[in-house]
Design a protein around this ligand. Structure first.
Ligand SMILES: CC(=O)SCCNC(=O)CCNC(=O)[C@H](O)C(C)(C)COP(=O)(O)OP(=O)(O)OC[C@H]1O[C@@H](n2cnc3c(N)ncnc32)[C@H](O)[C@@H]1OP(=O)(O)O
Ligand SMILES: CC(C)C(=O)C(=O)O
Ligand SMILES: [Mg+2]
Length: 623
């Protein structure tokens, strides 16, 4: 078994250490699929040392949170400012399997506000009463409460070009201080002919009338999208845009709906729209790039360079099919290459990127690939010797952005080392350092779990803490919680498990079962208590830290075997059972696995309940 070299950056003289314990962990704990690679990723970074990087002075300007120009729907007082429109909760949620509960959507919206996105597209209110309620709640809460820095995002709802959808969208967003309705209709021949079955004239008329209708409802911030603009006839596109701007559209969004264009083409499209659409100076041009050819970020940046001043993105790039342009890639590219990008800047507080990525991954169940740009687990890791050597000598050799910039702060700023003698204050201070603002009951819960781990582990690392956070904070409403678990397993026969769960009223239930392995036996025991039949679709287990005492995180995806929870396949219209994800963390792999399973069951069981019960009525919130 290979023994990986670890380089520790806490000391001034980093020394490679042989990490036999990590290798051993994989032998002793075969469910841990691979020992976590020990990599070089905790270090300080000095951008001024990067070859070709701007001078420290210009970096200070680049790094400072630029003040945001005043919000005027159809005008940005500073030409260099680019609005970030986040559609994680709408296009992102259209990703297969990415269903989020209403309360999860509200939590994500709160974080998007802290992140500093200019516009939050909170959903498609006509798609279901649940979504309308979720968007309304976001409008009421997040759309009225400025973030700590005073920023107040626009809350937007999507609608087809028909009165019913628009009424639902307006009803949902109108409670925000800055409400926006986004309406769309396809303008490509292929969509008009085969999907809408409408002529060009009909499409222009509908678009104009529906934008006018939004205006008459009292909405002054109106976005219009000619769906499939990337494949639309140019002259027709200019005409549609001119008509909707006359009717009151304040932002015209140019979607590359099927991710068909390539960067120079998409940039040219934006330039051509700017040059040829009458009245375009009265609206903001926006981009919305899907990722079917893996070009969404590149196309978005080309659009910005060509004059688009609103960029539509999602956290982790989730979205319909291959996803959308990713917020973190677009924002960090603009920041990292500011000069090449013509001095453009955004209002994003990049320190919250890491946290937003983690939260969206947990809630959507769509996990980030390790080598994903900016937020992947390996994005700041340096595994190979030559790279490690370069990094040790000069960070700028292999890193173009600092992990600190996205909130991946591993430096021990407070000097606090957490262990079993640490108290709540130390834990809270460490959590704040890591970007988590947690107090009250949430802090108590994390503290309890922290103590359990600290009893068994000499030193609780940042990664351990983050795993606990995912397990305690990013969890659905607790319907069942794990109290006790005992398993026996080995080569002498079937594994057995005894599980004690507590329901939401505090009643304890115990069940036993056998299985082909300890996890199987424990899951069967849980099934005997919870009494819902589900199919386990995916199961993965990873260690978050090195060493034999590593914390293991488990992620599962389950599908309900009964008819209660369904979703509709976008292409075939087929009704499919909905899937629900869950995650768990513990030093014991079976406990971690059971926590993840219960988390997914809670999400499934609570799905309807949360949507109906937890959303305050408009009256309740106003009161
Ligand atoms: C590119 C995008 O991302 S678009 C956004 C995609 N998001 C979604 O679809 C959200 C989830 N969707 C849903 O819940 C449902 O599709 C609903 C509730 C919106 C609509 O459901 P239904 O009314 O049953 O219609 P259904 O989805 O089957 O068909 C779409 C209808 O809208 C029409 N339509 C599609 N886009 C538009 C548009 N932008 N403006 C007006 N009509 C439109 C279609 O032509 C079709 O009309 P038809 O019934 O006359 O043939
Ligand atoms: C609704 C529109 C903007 C969309 O998501 C697309 O065209 O991809
Ligand atoms: Mg889209």
């Amino acid at each position: 078994m290979a023994i990986t070299a670890a380089i520790c950056f806490g000391s001034p003289n980093p020394k490679p250490i042989a990490c036999a314990a990590a290798a051993d962990a994989a032998v002793i704990n075969p469910l841990i699929s691979r020992p976590r690679s020990l990599t070089l990723h905790r270090h300080c970074w000095n951008p001024s040392l990067v070859a070709g990087a701007p001078s420290p002075r210009s970096f200070a300007v680049r790094c400072s949170l630029s003040s945001r120009p005043d919000y005027i729907p159809n005008l940005i007082p500073d030409h260099a400012y680019v609005r970030i429109f986040d559609t994680t909760l709408r296009d992102g949620e259209q990703s297969p399997g990415a269903t989020m509960t209403s309360s999860e959507k509200i939590t994500v919206a709160r974080l998007l506000s802290r992140l500093g996105v200019d516009i939050i597209e909170a959903g498609f209110p006509a798609s279901s009463p649940d979504d309308l309620e979720a968007v309304r709640s976001i409008a009421m809460e997040v759309g009225n409460k400025p973030a700590e820095d005073g920023h107040l995002p626009v809350i937007c709802g999507l609608a087809r070009c028909n009165k019913k959808d628009i009424d639902a969208a307006w009803e949902a967003v109108r409670h925000a201080r800055r409400p926006r309705v986004h309406t769309f209709i396809a303008t490509s021949e292929i969509h008009m002919q085969h999907k809408l079955r409408k002529t060009r004239e009909e499409v222009v008329r509908i678009a104009r009338e529906m934008v006018g209708y939004v205006r008459r409802l009292g909405c002054e911030d109106i976005e219009f999208s000619p769906e499939d603009a990337g494949r639309s006839d140019r002259e027709f596109l200019y005409h549609v845009l001119e008509e909707v701007i006359k009717a009151g559209a304040t932002t015209v969004n140019i979607p590359d709906t099927v991710g068909y264009t390539i960067p120079h083409e998409f940039g040219q499209l934006i330039s051509d729209i700017k040059a040829n659409t009458r009245g375009i100076e009265n609206a903001i041009i926006s981009t919305h790039c899907q990722n079917d050819l893996g070009l969404a970020t590149a196309n978005t940046l080309a659009g910005a360079s060509a004059g688009a001043r609103q960029l539509e993105v999602t956290v982790n790039g989730i979205g319909e099919r291959a996803g959308n342009a990713s917020l973190e890639e677009v924002v960090m590219a603009i920041r990292c290459r500011k000069q090449t990008m013509g001095g453009l800047y955004t209002g994003i507080n990049t320190k919250h990127i890491n946290m937003a990525s983690k939260m969206v991954a947990e809630y959507s169940g769509l996990h980030v690939q390790p080598h994903k740009a900016i937020v992947g687990a390996n994005a700041f890791s340096h595994e190979s010797g030559i790279h490690q050597d370069g990094m040790l000598k000069f960070k700028g050799t292999y890193e173009i952005i600092s992990p600190d910039d996205i909130g991946l702060s591993r430096s021990n700023e407070s000097g606090i080392v957490l262990g079993k003698l640490s108290g709540r204050h130390a834990l809270k201070s460490k959590l704040t350092e890591l970007g988590y603002d947690i107090s009250g009951k949430e802090l108590d819960d994390v503290f309890k779990r922290f103590k359990e781990i600290a009893e068994k582990k000499k030193r609780v690392s940042d990664d351990d803490i983050e795993a606990l956070i995912s397990n305690e904070i990013f969890q659905p409403k607790v319907i069942w919680s794990l109290h006790d678990l005992q398993v026996t397993s080995g080569t002498l026969g079937l594994s057995t498990a005894t599980v004690k769960l507590i329901d939401s009223e505090g009643v304890e239930r115990i069940a036993c079962s056998v299985g082909t392995g300890p996890v199987h036996a424990a899951y069967e025991a849980v099934n005997n208590i919870v009494q819902v039949r589900v199919t386990l679709m995916e199961y993965s287990l990873n260690s978050v830290t090195e060493g034999i005492d590593a914390v293991a995180t488990t992620r599962v995806l389950i599908r309900a075997d009964h008819n209660g929870h369904t979703s509709t396949h976008a292409l075939t219209g087929e009704t499919l059972p909905r899937t629900f994800s869950g995650s768990g963390a513990d030093m014991d792999v079976v406990v971690s696995s059971v926590r993840a399973y219960i988390s997914a069951l809670n999400k499934m069981l609570g799905f309807r309940e949360i949507s109906r019960n937890e959303i305050p009525s408009p009256e309740a919130v106003v009161a």
